[in-house]
Each structure stands twice: as C-alpha cells, then as structure tokens.
Design a binder for this molecule. Structure first.
Ligand code: SF4
Length: 374
C-alpha cells in the first residue's frame, strides 16, 4: 500500500536510528503533540530504541481526551432528552461523564446513534423532521472542517432541527500554553502532520521564535516519527530553532484553502477549556453569530452546567507530559480500558490506553510485546 508500508521499512528505520544515535551528545526532551503519534511510538517501541538521553513526552493531542468533563456532561444531558436524537462518533460513547456515559444513556432509553460522518447526522435530521438531531463535534483542526461544512449545509438547506455541540480545539495555543508553564521541560516539538495539512504551518514560526524551540511537522508512521526526531535533535544540537516540514507528502505551508475558508465562515475563535488543563485563551472554536442558531448549547438549557474533575484521575498531568501514565496510582488498578476513570484510558488515542495496551506497566520489567520497527 502506498504511503504506509514504505514508511515502516525496518532497514530505513535502523539507518535513521543510527543517525540519531550519532547526532545526540546531550539530553533532550521532545514532545509529540498528537495521540496518533504517541500510539505509533509506544506500539513500535520507538522511545526504547532512541538514545537514553532523548526523552519523548506525550502531548495533549488526543481529541477525545482533551474534551472537558463539563462538555461530556452537557452531551449526556442533551442526549437524555426525549425529543433528541444524539449522534456521535463511536469513540465518545464510553467516555465517562460525572456519573455515566452515553452508552448508559442509550440503555436508559436515550436515542444515541453512532455515525461515521457529521453528514450522516444531517441525513438523520432530514429523515426525522419532528425530532431534534444533535451531532457531538469534538476534536482539533482535522475534524472541525467537516463539522463546519455540515452546519453550512444545514443552513443552506434550511434544516432547522439539526444542531452541533461544539468542543473544537486548536493546537498552536496549546503549544503556547505548554511553553508558558513553569513546569515545562519541552525543548522541541513534533507537530501533528494532519493538523498542518489543514491549517498549514504559518502559525508555527512565531511560536518557534518566541520560545526558541524547533518545531518539526511530523507524520504518523514509524519512519515519519524517526525522521521528525532526527530533524529536531539536529536543530537542538546545532543550537537552532525553526519550523521544518518533515511531512511534505501531506503538508503544504499554506494548508488546505477550502477547509480554512469553511472554518472561517462557520466558526470564530474562542477560549476553550481542556480536560485536566483548564481554559486556554483562543484555543478553540465556536459557531459564529451567523450560525449561532445551530449551537446545541444555545438550543438546550445546558450552558450553566459546571463539573469538577475526579481527584484520583491525573489525566491533566498526563496530557501536559508532567507524568507518564503508569505514574498514576489508578493505572491498571482501578483504571483500565474496561473500567476507565478518565478519557486518556478510554480513547484509542489516549496515552493511558497506549501504555496499557502495549504493556508499559511501569514495573521495571516492561515487555515490549508489540512489533518493534527493527
Ligand atoms: S490511568 Fe486512568 S485515572 Fe490515571 S490518569 Fe490515566 S485515565 Fe486518569
């Protein structure tokens, strides 16, 4: 298959690893921003193959994980209403709210449906004109354009019984917040390639310059990760910091013009709360005034709902790279993928789930059961 198997080639991986080992002379801490990259790293044992002095810190790039508890509770409240058909991607159904999840709402009689596209939810709305159809719009710059397009279509077609529960977040303000934290140890970033394929790279030079960190746009296959690491440590060793695109097969500097135009039409930038981290200024989108009628938070009485994060879940620290998952006392004990306490254990992209799935149990005798790239 093009663009997958050739980026998993063990011989090329070995060559890149050797080059990284030759390049590195000092300790460096790099953050991979995206949860998909985290899974590639843990699944293939890439972090264990790098020099001991190169640390990979897992960043807040899992869309399910960063969706705040408050927003999950709003989804649960809306989905419980008898007039509502609540549509979502499947990965949100098991994310625990304060006292239940969307599966439980469904088992209690709520009409909760899994869809594979927001346009499927719009189709449900057309077929059920006497019901209110709500789509749970979460995620980064990657999922925001199709959700924006769906609202645009609902408006154009006059479908009034559709609305979007919006919890979209943006990566650059999160990088800014991480770098401003007094606890930050990150010296270089592997930026999320798919986000940059939509938004381009124009927001990153300012960040790189302001915080004097290399930012290397990186893909998701093992060779992509290794090349991202190689380019980042090369800059660090040379005392340089600039934006470098190591994912040119998908990313152009200007991004995707059509997707950006759709975002600009439907959304406006707003402050957003990130699970376990708190509010980050300008880090999200909400529907613009023209489309405000399609905002589920305006349509249903949930705007004032407030929640408190569970004290025994340390997902906020995991999401900021301050601890690794097995440093949480609940990891593998009271918190497992079958009985998750926090979203980072539920989500397929969550760091806690990755550590559990690939047997990184933190007992000093970790077995790398997954395939290694070399
Ligand atoms: S292991 Fe579970 S309780 Fe601990 S941080 Fe991860 S999700 Fe939260």
């Amino acid at each position: 298959m093009r663009y997958i198997e050739e980026f998993q080639d063990p011989r090329l991986a070995q060559r890149l690893l050797e080059e990284i080992h030759r390049t590195v002379t000092r300790p460096w801490a790099l953050m991979e921003v995206c949860g998909g990259q985290t899974h590639t790293i843990i699944r293939h044992g890439i972090d264990q193959l790098l020099p001991d002095s190169v640390e990979l810190i897992h960043g807040p790039g899992c869309p399910v994980c960063v969706t705040p508890l408050e927003m999950i509770d709003k989804a649960l409240a809306i989905a419980s209403r008898p007039e509502v058909i609540f549509c979502s991607f499947g990965d949100m159904l098991r994310v625990p709210g304060t006292d239940r999840d969307l599966f439980q709402v469904r088992s209690e009689g709520g009409d909760v449906r899994v869809v594979y596209s927001p346009l499927d939810a719009l189709h449900v709305a057309r077929e059920n004109p006497d019901r209110q159809v709500v789509f749970f719009g979460i995620g980064f710059e990657t999922t925001a354009p199709p959700n924006a397009m769906t609202v645009h279509q609902a408006h154009r077609l006059g479908i009034r019984n559709f609305s979007l529960l919006v919890s979209h977040v943006r990566v650059p303000p999160a990088i800014e917040a991480i770098m401003r934290s007094t606890e930050c140890r990150v010296q270089g970033f592997l930026a999320a390639g798919h986000v940059c394929s939509v938004m381009g790279t124009e927001e990153y030079p300012r960040l790189s310059e302001r915080h004097q960190v290399p930012i290397v746009v990186t893909g998701f296959e093992p060779l992509d990760i290794l090349e991202g690491v190689r380019r980042t440590v090369l800059q660090l060793e040379r005392g340089e910091h600039h934006v470098d695109n190591a994912y040119p097969r998908a990313v152009r500097p200007e991004g995707n013009a059509a997707a950006k135009a759709m975002l600009a039409d439907v959304f406006e930038v707003t402050d957003r709360s990130w699970r376990g981290i708190g509010t980050i200024p300008d880090s999200g989108w909400r529907l613009s005034a023209r489309y405000r009628d399609y905002d589920a938070e305006h349509r249903f009485p949930v705007a004032d709902l407030r929640t408190t994060e569970p004290a025994d879940c340390r997902s906020g620290e995991v999401l900021q790279g301050l601890i690794t998952p097995h440093q949480c006392a609940a990891f593998g004990n009271t918190c497992t993928p079958r009985n998750p306490l926090g979203a980072t254990m539920v989500s397929s992209e969550g760091a806690c789930a990755a550590y559990y799935l690939y047997r990184r149990l933190g007992d000093g005798a970790e077995k790398q059961e997954a395939n290694s790239v070399v």
